[in-house]
Write a protein that binds this ligand. Structure first.
Ligand code: PRP
Length: 178
């Protein structure tokens, strides 16, 4: 529960999130029909969305998880991304979908796309819960997005404020933290 003094407004209710995630999952299931799909989650935020989305997929899926350090937004060192925990298995010859909770500048995903593309997957695409294209610094092919958002500071469905509120089943905008 977000303290009332911190909450600005609910952007997407639990029902809206559920409906939209199911719609995007149906698109993905249709595109990858007849194939096995590898979902790659990026710790920590994407784990909630990856789980939610995967439950709606009707094709066989495997998952793998990456952990990264990203200084792109906070430290204003564009593109400085490092893998802290790599994938457990190779992705060569596989159809890969990178799952994100939010894309802002695109610098994190540009790095991940380049790195993972170098491992020889059959295909590689991006799926994000939230897309904030107004913050984009680099061109990026985002094949699947649930919601486009404005410049709000958002929490819920995996997104945090000081590591809190990731578990909320809706997406809310906070009053800007001091
Ligand atoms: C978020 C998100 C992406 C990255 C996107 O992660 O999950 O990985 O920021 O930002 P960019 O497009 O500007 O590169 P965050 O650093 O908040 O980590 P978290 O998932 O552990 O909360």
């Amino acid at each position: 529960m977000i303290p009332p003094a911190l909450l600005d407004r609910v952007l997407f209710t639990e029902e809206q999130v559920n409906t939209r995630v199911a719609e995007v999952a149906a698109e993905i299931s249709a595109r990858y029909r007849g194939k096995d799909l590898k979902l790659i989650g990026v710790l920590k935020g994407s784990i909630y969305f990856l789980t939610h989305l995967s439950r709606h997929l009707t094709i066989p899926v495997k998952i793998d998880i990456l952990a990264i350090s990203s200084f792109s937004a906070r430290w204003q060192s564009p593109g400085l991304v490092r893998i802290e925990k790599d994938l457990d298995e190779p992705i060569e010859g596989q159809d890969v979908l990178i799952i994100e909770d939010i894309v802002d500048t695109g610098l994190t995903l540009r790095y991940l796309l380049q790195t993972l593309a170098g491992r020889g997957p059959n295909s590689i695409a991006i799926c994000t819960l939230l897309d904030r294209t107004s913050k984009r610094l680099v061109q990026l092919p985002v094949e699947y997005r649930c919601f486009e958002i404005d410049d709000s500071f958002v929490v819920g469905c995996g997104l945090d404020h000081r590591q809190l509120y990731r578990n909320l089943p809706y997406i809310a905008a906070l009053r800007r933290p001091e």
